[in-house]
Every structure is written in C-alpha cells, then in structure tokens.
Design a protein around this ligand. Structure first.
Ligand SMILES: [Zn+2]
Ligand SMILES: [Zn+2]
Length: 373
C-alpha cells in the first residue's frame, strides 16, 4: 500500500467530502470483506488497505496531515517518501467514531474481529457431493475434491520474498492489537497497520503474492452415512485448510445434494408415496403390493371403504435414521389416490348400471344441508 494512494484505495478524488469517503468506504468494505471473498487470498490484504485508508481520510486532522505531505505526516523527517513503511497512523483515540454509528457495518467488523481471534486455526472448507437415492439409503464412501489453502513452499508460508523475512510491525510492536483506555473501559483493537498479524512483509513473495498461501485441490475420502438427507452437512475434522501459524487445520464440511426421487418423497426419516388404488379395491378392501424404497415390495391391507387421500403407515420401511446406530428406520407413508376407469368393458358397464339402480344413495344431501336450501 502506498501512502500517496489512500484516495485511490478508496476510489475517491482528493477533494472528496467526508460523506463521499464514508459511502465509498462502506461499499468497498462490504465488497472486499474476507468473509465474502473466501476464495481470494488477496481479499484480506485489500480489506486491510481499505480500512487503513479510511482510518486516515475519515479523520479531518489526520487527513490534513496526510494531504500536507509525508514530512509533516510522519512527524520526523526521515521516513522514506511514498513508502507506507513509514506511515504512522498516530493515536487511535477516534476509532470509536470509526467503528460506531455505522449500522450495517457493525456486523462486518464484528465478524472480522472474530476471524482474527480464530485465525490460528485453518479455514473451514465446504464442498458439496451429489448422491443418488440409493446412496442415501445404504450410505456411501466417496472421494471429494477439496480446494484448500496450503502454506506456500517458496516463502515457507511467510509471504516474504525468498531471502527476506517479515519484520515485526512497528505500530503494535508485534502484538497485533492496540489498546486504549476510555474512562472505565479498556479497548483492544486489531492493529490497522498489520491487520492483527503482528508482522509486515515489505517484499512480497512472487509465488503467492505475499499471502503465504497457495490454493490446491486435495482429494479426501468421505464416508457418507446411511440415511443422509439433502442439505445435510457432514463434518470431517482437520481436513480443511492448513493453519497459517502452526495451529490446527480447519474442518471440511461436505454438504449432501440428493436429487428428488420421482416416487418417494422424503420427510424427516419417513418416505411418502402416493399409490393408485382402484375404486373397486377401495370399496371392497384389498391387500395391495407396492415398491419398497431401496428394493423389494411392501404389502398393505386396505380396509373396505378406503377413501381417496387416506394415509397408511408402514413401520420401518422408511429411511435409515442417520444418527442412530441401531439400524432403526423411519416409516413409509402410503397415500391413496383413487383411480376411476376411463373406459369400461360391456360386462363392467352392466354391473355398474345394476349397482346404480340398486343403490339409492343421497350422496350430496349433506352438501345441500350445509348450504341451507
Ligand atoms: Zn510465497
Ligand atoms: Zn501491527
């Protein structure tokens, strides 16, 4: 980051108003927030630049000093011109103005701070895996390609060009945070200069552009348990990205993607199936056979007088319960769909005509009674 470029970093002109600066900063901070750019190792660097520029330009006093030129701004005259290595952002007494009153941005900073706190652990990585209906019933062992970040070999993860090394941040003395007292409270804030890293890199490693990280695809074998549902997340501890600073690797999360089955609809551990039933079967009662999820058949006894849309439960013919080890299963819920023949054979027609004559039923009487006529 170049000291002469703070306006450029925020994408505003030198004469920009405080309001313009604030608006541009909010927009950029959202766009470049590391949480929103997990695939881009440079995002965090950009985000820090933006934060740094805003810290100076949003403060009229610091902005004036900055505009007046490096000599004044650096206090002592020996800082190298145009090199951010000498930029001192002075005291942070007005950081409360910076962090307060932003509404939506509070969240952005909140998460950013948390990310730093846990930054010794590698990043979690989420991938999805497409599963067949059968896979969900029996479980499956599959290999997934996991995009992970690993330490760059050329700089051994330091981000500094080979032959150089990162140096302790002069702003925070390597602590990564700055503290200040305000009345009864002591605040601790991530160091803006080094972004909480405690070190700064002056000559970035060309292989990883100074991030110290390289993206790689790693194959990981994952056991998907029987009973897995669409959208279910399976956690594989320690198979995410490597840690930046010798901490534990992040976790891998595998999200199950299960295509909808044309017949069996999943609801919890149950399956729902709609089964055509003839009006004769429904009227007389019948023992019917239907397909069982995963193969084979299920028998079901329909009582005489079964109505359309009636539900029956076949215990234990549903999906395996993903979290039970006992081999327990959900149920198969059978919903009847009454089917009326579109055509009748001559004999059938005669039987039904006889039935119509003999059966003197007032099927719509109840309807008229309810309407009141
Ligand atoms: Zn490198
Ligand atoms: Zn620092």
């Amino acid at each position: 980051m170049e000291a002469g470029n703070l306006y450029k970093v925020l994408g505003v002109s030198k004469g920009a108003s405080q309001e313009e600066i604030r608006r541009s900063y909010r927009k950029l901070a959202r766009e470049h927030h590391p949480d929103a750019n997990r695939d881009d190792p440079k995002a965090e660097e950009r985000f820090k630049e933006i934060q740094h520029a805003y810290e100076i330009l949003s403060n009229p006093k610091k902005r004036r000093q900055y505009d007046e030129g490096p000599r004044t701004f650096f206090g002592s005259g020996n800082a190298p011109q145009g090199n951010s290595g000498g930029v001192r952002t002075g005291d942070f007494s007005d950081l409360s103005d910076l962090f307060g009153g932003f509404g939506g941005l509070g969240d952005v900073f909140g998460r950013s701070t948390r990310a730093r706190e846990t930054s010794s652990k590698g990043q979690n990585v989420t991938v999805s895996v497409n599963l067949s209906f059968k896979d969900t019933l029996s479980g499956v062992t599959t290999r997934v390609n996991v995009p992970v970040e690993e330490a760059c070999g050329d700089c051994r993860g330091t981000g500094a060009a080979p032959g150089t090394s990162p140096r302790t941040c002069p702003e925070c003395g390597g602590r990564g945070v700055r503290s200040r007292d305000q009345g009864f409270f002591a605040f601790s804030e991530p160091c803006a200069r080094c972004g909480g890293e405690g070190t700064i890199v002056e000559k970035p490693c060309p292989t990883c552009s100074g991030s110290g990280r390289l993206r790689k695809a790693r194959q990981v074998t994952v056991r998907i348990p029987a009973g897995v549902k669409d959208g279910m997340k399976i956690r594989v501890p320690g198979r995410g990205s490597a840690s930046k600073r010798g901490g534990a690797a992040g976790d891998l999360f595998v999200v199950a993607r299960v295509a909808e089955h044309p017949v069996f609809k999943r609801r919890g551990d149950d399956f729902i199936v709609e089964v055509p039933v003839s009006f004769v079967e429904a009227a007389l009662g019948a023992e019917i056979e239907l397909p069982r999820p995963g193969g084979g058949t299920v028998k079901l006894r329909l009582p005489a007088g079964t109505q359309d849309g009636k539900q029956f439960r076949v215990r234990g013919a549903g999906a395996p319960k993903a979290r039970a080890r006992s081999g327990e299963r959900g149920d198969l819920i059978v919903r009847t769909r009454l089917v009326v023949p579109k055509k009748l054979k001559k004999r059938e027609r005669e039987i039904l005509e006889t039935l119509a004559e003999e059966r003197d039923e007032d099927i719509r009487g109840e309807l008229f009674k309810k309407v009141g006529s």
